[in-house]
Design a protein around this ligand. Structure first.
Ligand SMILES: [Zn+2]
Length: 161
């Protein structure tokens, strides 16, 4: 018996993974990847299955008000965005591989954009799984005064001109 056929059984199925997998099966049998394009018997099977899934989440005879669901989810999303705002403000650098390949290779020293002097290139250390550190060329930096600046990634000069 297919899992969606248990909809009117006294003991409802409770294995959510099996239900979702059955949903995938119904879609594949109908040769589609979209629930909207199901018709006829396949649509009926999916409706039964979704009833079973919803009864698990909301309660067996709950009235699911899509308007209320939307308002609730939107409020949660807004809270999440408000709390993650500080994370978005942290500056980060992203480089594509092509961009890195095209960048000049770093030498042992660098001419500083800020003071015009020559500074030594230093490299960070990688923290190993056992807590020890080993040299890593992944991140290169230089010091100007008492501040450190990012100079390169993987031995390439990534400073913007
Ligand atoms: Zn400098």
């Amino acid at each position: 018996m297919n899992i969606e056929s248990m909809i009117f059984d006294e003991a409802l199925p409770d294995n959510s993974i099996a239900m979702f997998e059955r949903g995938i099966e119904i879609l594949r049998d109908a040769e589609t990847n979209c629930i909207k394009s199901l018709n006829g018997e396949a649509k009926l099977k999916m409706r039964k299955l979704l009833w079973l899934i919803n009864q698990q989440l909301f309660g067996q005879l709950a009235i699911i008000d899509m308007y209320n669901q939307w308002a609730e989810l939107l409020a949660i999303e807004d809270d999440f965005k408000a709390s993650s705002k500080s994370q978005e403000e942290i500056p980060f650098v992203a480089f594509g591989n092509d961009e890195l390949d095209a960048a000049p290779t770093l030498g042992d020293t660098i001419i500083c954009d800020m003071c015009g002097k020559e500074h030594k290139i230093e490299y960070g250390k990688k923290v190993n799984e056992d807590g020890t550190k080993s040299p890593s060329k992944l991140l290169a930096y230089f010091k100007c005064g008492d501040k450190s600046y990012l100079a390169g990634i993987n031995g390439k000069d990534i400073r913007r001109k």
